[in-house]
Design a protein around this ligand. Structure first.
Ligand SMILES: Nc1ncnc2c1ncn2[C@@H]1O[C@H](COP(=O)(O)OP(=O)(O)O)[C@@H](O)[C@H]1O
Ligand SMILES: [Mg+2]
Length: 363
């Protein structure tokens, strides 16, 4: 550590400096006038993967640097901080001996021209923080997208019900009035066909409106909404359904009810589409501090690893995202020829609100 020994300091100060240099968890690189490393503490060795011996006098700072940016701009090599002082702290990408690149928070201090040491650069690994921040942002965005999607579905459902639905109903009433008029047989038959078509269209619009956002979910709550969904589901797919609801019956925060309803809808649709089964069970259990829901079929089953590897499985991913946004857990278990079980658990407080970790504040 010759550069340190050259510093004009008494024994005690120099031993203190040495100890700080050795034990600081931030990486310290000391550079000479030309930008060559003349000192590196153990944290810098760990960060760059170069040993002090390999670096000193041989490694130029440019070999470690993969670009620098301040909070306002990217800096080019032309205005490198080693030649021209920029903001005292900045972000930098470090290139390690083995070729890994990762972000660090850096600061540099120019030293007065007294010794060979011209510049001290302090580096702190930011990859973990940046990863955590990226995950937090992703969670936040997912949350916004899900909420926006729910709002849009609500709006469309209302529009369909109150707009097209009402119009079709009025047409149906009008056709009934026309039906009172005396007509020849051909005309009567024609009118009957139009009446049937209109009635069918009205049913389809109603069913679409319910699919988009069942009013039962807002008016009556989770279990009645799922029960009514199951009735329609039985009629459409001819699958026998069983609903077990245990524990406290109460209303939950709207986001909890929507989340569980959408997960149930996706799991049931998957079973109808892929499981090749005629039986499906949904169980809901409110044990006070958490609500659990299980959707199980005894159908074909599937290989979860294959779905994940293929990068498909948006529905399964969506279910997991929805649960984790409420601090909950969703487990998918599937075995070929045995069936599939989706188990979701959401922690609750005594008011039926989710105990939720807000991704913005982490509280
Ligand atoms: N209950 C189930 N039984 C059998 N296979 C299933 C079941 N649920 C999901 N799968 C399989 O997992 C895949 C991914 O499902 P999902 O993420 O919902 O996507 P999607 O429904 O859009 O295909 C399906 O294509 C299917 O192969
Ligand atoms: Mg699906």
């Amino acid at each position: 550590m010759t550069w340190l020994e050259n510093i004009d300091a008494d024994k005690e100060t120099s031993s203190l400096l040495r100890s700080i240099f050795q034990h600081l968890t931030d990486a310290i690189l000391v550079l000479d006038q030309d930008g060559f490393v003349i000192g590196a503490n153990p944290a810098a060795e760990q960060l760059t993967e170069w040993s002090s011996q390999e670096m000193v006098g041989k490694i130029h700072f440019c070999q470690i640097c993969r670009g620098v940016a301040t909070c306002t701009a990217e800096a080019t090599c032309m205005d490198c901080f080693t030649k021209k002082m920029m903001a005292p702290s900045f972000e930098m990408k470090v290139l390690t001996k083995s070729g890994k690149e990762f972000p660090v928070a850096a600061s540099s201090t120019q030293l007065p021209h007294r010794s060979s040491a011209a510049l001290v650069v302090v580096l702190r690994d930011m990859s973990e923080q940046q990863k955590a921040e990226r995950e937090r942002n992703l969670l936040l965005m997912t949350n916004y997208v899900i909420q926006a999607q729910e709002e849009e579905r609500k709006r469309l459902s209302r529009e369909l019900h109150d707009g097209v639905g009402q119009a079709l109903y009025s047409i149906l009433v009008g056709l009934n009035v026309i039906n009172q008029v005396k007509m020849d047989e051909q005309m009567t038959n024609h009118l009957a066909t139009v009446q049937q078509m209109t009635a069918r269209a009205l049913e389809e619009v109603k069913s679409l409106a319910v699919e988009l956002r069942p009013s039962a979910l807002d008016d009556l709550g989770l279990v009645p909404a799922i029960r009514s969904y199951m009735k329609r589901f039985e009629q459409i797919f001819g699958i026998e359904l069983q609903l077990d609801s245990k524990g406290t019956r109460r209303r939950y925060a709207p986001v909890v009810e929507t989340t569980l309803y959408r997960i149930c809808q996706e799991a049931m649709t998957n079973a109808a589409k892929y499981a090749d089964t005629d039986k499906l069970t949904v169980s809901i259990h409110d044990s006070g501090d958490k609500i659990e829901m299980c959707i199980a079929d005894q159908g074909k089953g599937f290989r979860l690893d294959q779905v994940e590897a293929a990068g498909t499985g948006l529905g399964l991913y969506g279910m997991q995202e929805r649960a984790s946004l409420l601090g909950g857990q969703l487990t998918i278990t599937s075995e070929l020829a045995k069936g599939t079980t989706i188990l979701v658990s959401i922690p609750l407080d005594e008011k039926g609100e989710h105990i939720h970790v807000d991704p913005r504040t982490n509280r």
